[in-house]
Design a protein around this ligand. Sequence first.
Ligand SMILES: O=c1ccn([C@@H]2O[C@H](COP(=O)(O)OP(=O)(O)O[C@H]3O[C@H](CO)[C@H](O)[C@H](O)[C@H]3O)[C@@H](O)[C@H]2O)c(=O)[nH]1
Length: 345
Amino acid sequence: MKKILVTGGCGYIGAHTIIDLIANGFEVISVDDLSRGSLRMLSGIEKITGKKVKNYKVNLCNLDDTETIFIENPDIQGVIHFAAYKSVGESVNEPLKYYNNNISSLVNVLKCARDHNVLNVVFSSSCSVYGNAEKLPVDEQTPLKEPESPYARTKQMGEAICVDFSRVNQAFNTMLLRYFNPVGAHPTAYIGEIQEKPENLVPVITQTAIGKRPQMQVFGSDYPTRDGSCVRDYIHVMDIANAHTRALQYMIDGNNDSNCEVFNLGSGVGVTVLEMIQSFEKVSGKKLNYKVGDRRPGDVVAVYADNTKAKTKLGWECKYTLDQVMDSAWRWEQNMQHESQVHLN
Ligand SMILES: O=c1ccn([C@@H]2O[C@H](COP(=O)(O)OP(=O)(O)O[C@H]3O[C@H](CO)[C@H](O)[C@H](O)[C@H]3O)[C@@H](O)[C@H]2O)c(=O)[nH]1
């Protein structure tokens, strides 16, 4: 069985990807220092798949500890590197923390992969590398823009590191996957995103609906879009997850055209903030308490993906609709509340 190391396996996208990998016959081990991730993800994975996934509680900035994982698992065939900090606001206030964590961990993972002959690595990148693009949808050739935050810069730097590394290590394959806006939870709602104080739209919507927040704000109503609110490409996290399994298999089968390829992972559809709220209200049957406020600094007006490349080369497609996104996110929020109430009693 093909063994894959998932870094950040106790985080949001990592955990959903582990489920898809297991469903496709891979054996998975996880490394997560649990500074942001939660072991609750691994128990959710066990409930869904029946499989116990081993986690190494290791900080990837520590090279010796990272190397131990590779020494103990000489049969790893690929690494999917999710582990990173991802809060845009925090990165603006604490840039060194972001450069240190997101860059050192990547360098250590690549070094260990090279030294231990693990030839396939997937790197989590972000559509933030495109900034405010001149032409929509954005394809992989769209020129990259000056990053809006240290977080976004770590993604551009991470891509550049993979490109330089692959150039001098021709036997080695890297896939750079640029995520648009990952949202939703596993359909069972046993796992989903855990954030104390989320800033992202979907958890803000569900937290408002459940009463954790009195009201939410729509940031901006005067953008040049169909209803004045920003446009994004929201994609179900299980669709993102499946693209990772396919990208790995693509490298393992030797189907890649070059040893460092970039893929956009988006649904290809642009949706406004107000349309997201409408979808939530329809699916949940609840009226959301929101008000329209000022623009949020740093927000791009609109971005959505041309995902032709991933469809053509990876045979991938998005299976989940926006309503399924909202339904799963809402059930996950309700499950979390239910569990915290049981815990309190
Ligand atoms: O309370 C809120 C939260 C968000 N929004 C709006 O909802 C849209 C989506 O915002 P998110 O914060 O959910 O997502 P972003 O598009 O800002 O974030 C994306 O780009 C970031 C980089 O800028 C990171 O890469 C991040 O992981 C990725 O999801 C934006 O128009 C935002 O203004 C609101 O109106 N109200």
